[in-house]
Design a binder for this molecule. Sequence first.
Ligand SMILES: *Cc1c(COP(=O)(O)O)cnc(C)c1O
Length: 526
Amino acid sequence: MTMQPESVRGAPASASQSSDVEREVPLAMSPAEFRRVGRGLVDRIAGFLESVPERAVARNGSPQSVRALLRAGESLPDEGADADALLAAAANVLFDHSLFNGHPRFFGYITSSPAPIGMLGDLLAAAVNANVGAWRLAPVATEIEAQAVRWIADLIGYPEDTGGLFVSGGNMANMVGLFAARTAAADWNVRTHGLAAPDARALRVYASAETHTWIQKAADLAGIGTDAIRWIPTDADLRMDTGALRAAMARDAETGAIPLMVVGTAGSVSTGAVDPLFDIAEICREAGVWFHIDGAYGAIAAAVPGTPRDLEALHLADSVAVDPHKWLYAPLEAGCILVRNAQALRGAFAYHPPYYHFGEEATNYTDYGPQNSRGFRALKVWLALQQAGRKGYVRMVGDDIRLSERLSSLVKSSPELQAITQGLSITTFRYVPRDLQVEAPDNVGTAQQARATESYLNELNQALLDEIQRSGATFVSNAVVHGRYVLRPCIVNFNTRQSDVDALPEIVVRLGREVDAMLRSPLQRS
Ligand SMILES: *Cc1c(COP(=O)(O)O)cnc(C)c1O
């Protein structure tokens, strides 16, 4: 954005104002206009935030209806338009037709409510427009990012003298971890010679079957291919079976393959399961293998008393992915990768092209990750960390977990709901009509009947999920747990109150009955 004094804006070129040739800048705003338009926008946003609880969680627009709203068929206008009017129109259409992940009854995926200070932080970051690729370009922003990385490390019990940086999200954070591990693991120069080098050996990655799909994208992008992933089975609680891990590593060792990394998950995306991280750390230590932890969802819970003890093992990992746009409540986007040995990041990403003359005496983040120009994502996180403080985060994350546990007990006391799992702030359950419950007197049948029932329940809960999402009353997502299709509310939402959680079972049962009746109606069945 170019600021110009009020007197210059829109005025024709005038030699009296400047000996320079006047330039017409259609994107310019005078300070006075910026103040007026900016305050107007902030007022609208404040009104919107106030109104969110009264709004539907989601609107059911089709792609066609949304495109119509935007008059998507029209071509780019030749002439410019008034900034205030444009922002007002954009705000209206967004406020009236979006899904609100900050709504108190939004429990989908792992998407947090956005901290207001983060919204303002992003505005401030854009105003300064720091390019946090190099210290010289962004001295303050670079040091703020470094401090935010240290504070996140401190919050989760990771060494504070760690390397690390901000990236777009959990996927990228994990991926950067894999690239750092790849360079460290290969005993040939994999960055120069690639995977087809004469002395190259096969690289293998070990991860539980519950690992998030980032692992596939990362293996693919790193050139090792998804077949290099050894999917380690999980136990009844969906935690990695470390006996199976040892066996898989031993089998590969016989073939001469190199273990690139073992991935432990601190809070799985489906059920919030935390892998046996102490045991995995020990296996990695013995074998001299890079231990990476995907803590995109659950790492922050390490700061909260009473959470799974394995979260105390984060400090044993060579790298940990954290996702500030999840449990640090940063507005999208903000991911963060912590790497114990900062040199491993440089080893994986630094180049020194002739067109950059940045000193080595300070951190140039472009040397530590895949990005060149880098936005100032750290600011909103740095601000929020200070606004809430450690105690504030322990309270908010702890409250999310307690609300999820409360939901689990409500589900258990609801006759038509079957509780399946509860871990961190994820509760899974499903709707089971009374006559299909195992205890129902006329439902003691053959194994074949049991399979038919399970298959119907999967169909029913899948249809129910659509209905819940369409209702606008609340929003949950799904998981498949031991072959069962289940509803999966995840609370990463400081706007959620007890009453919001208490309302959920009732909504699900009401819609569950409707969907069940519809699926069983003769018309539907024929
Ligand atoms: C969300 C999540 C990811 C991916 O993070 P994004 O921010 O969506 O890229 C990876 N792993 C786990 C465990 C997650 O919960």
